[in-house]
Design a protein around this ligand. Structure first.
Ligand SMILES: C[S@@+](CC[C@H](N)C(=O)[O-])C[C@H]1O[C@@H](n2cnc3c(N)ncnc32)[C@H](O)[C@@H]1O
Length: 258
């Protein structure tokens, strides 16, 4: 039985709980077609069947579909602003911020923030890191990384917070314990509240414009007045004032005070 893309989308939603209607169609179709070719699956219906029957294929396909690329201190300029301007504002003078890395993948973004908090002796209420993909969250929690994921990390921090064992770099227990990982689907789960800083980077690019707008409004409800919202370098927000935001730096926005 042949199946069209709409049928496959329904099946992916039923099996993987991923609503592909919210993602850019062309890009996703192209990726799925590449997957079919790579695995010698002749058509969408074969993929549907394999996803149903084979848990290993299912996990690999989920990881492929959700695109987990990430690394420590990604966009170094953004991390400089976070370190010199944003963290002193949200965590300075004894304030206890709630920080959320949404679409955290391997946890590199949340761990980078936790390293900066530790470096400056800032306390915090929570560093929360969420992702739709449970497999990647398990990887994140293992605290094990390869060199290429650490290339942007300043050398003194690499030496201070990681221990190398052959090709694997193990993150220190203190930093690992600083981050709270949780599974969370941006398209359907309730958003955490009262955040002082939200980072959602390199996740929006995969969503349709309507979904991006809807999510930005939802993120705003999670952010305290005066809180900060950080996006990826290809995800600049058009007309930030329509979301109650002002752009304060490259990739960084601040919610209006009440
Ligand atoms: C390219 S990674 C971004 C990682 C990190 N934020 C960064 O910028 O380096 C995109 C992540 O978004 C996650 N993602 C995709 N759709 C999602 C959804 N609906 N809800 C939550 N996370 C999602 C993927 O699983 C993936 O780990």
């Amino acid at each position: 039985m042949t199946m069209d893309y709409a049928g496959l989308k329904r099946q992916i939603y039923d099996i993987l709980d991923i609503d592909l209607n919210a993602y850019k169609e062309q890009q996703m179709q192209r990726r799925i077609t590449q997957w079919l070719a790579r695995h010698r699956l002749e058509e969408f219906s074969r993929l549907g069947q394999v996803l149903q029957d084979d848990p290993v294929h299912r996990a690999k396909f989920r990881e492929y579909l959700t695109i987990n690329t990430s690394h420590f201190f990604r966009d170094q300029g953004v991390f400089e602003t976070l370190e010199n301007q944003i963290l002193p504002t949200v965590a300075g003078s004894g304030r206890l911020p709630r920080i959320w890395s949404a679409g955290c993948s391997i946890g590199a973004e949340a761990y980078s923030i936790a390293i900066l908090l530790a470096e400056h002796g800032y306390r915090y209420r929570e560093v929360l890191a969420t992702d739709i993909d449970n497999e990647i969250l398990r990887k994140a929690q293992s605290g094990q990384f390869v060199r290429s994921q650490l290339n942007a990390l300043p050398r003194p921090l690499l030496e201070k917070y990681f221990e190398q064992n052959r090709d694997i770099y193990h993150l220190s227990e203190t930093i690992r314990r600083a981050v709270h990982f949780k599974q969370h689907n941006l398209l359907k789960d309730t958003f955490p509240r009262d955040c002082d800083l939200i980072m959602c980077r390199n996740v929006f690019i995969y969503f349709t414009t309507d979904t991006q707008k809807h999510l930005t409004h939802t993120f705003m409800a999670s952010l305290k007045p005066g809180g900060f919202f950080v996006v990826g370098s290809a995800e600049q927000i058009m007309n930030p004032s329509s979301f109650g935001l002002k752009r304060i730096s490259y990739c960084i926005y601040q919610k209006d005070a009440e």
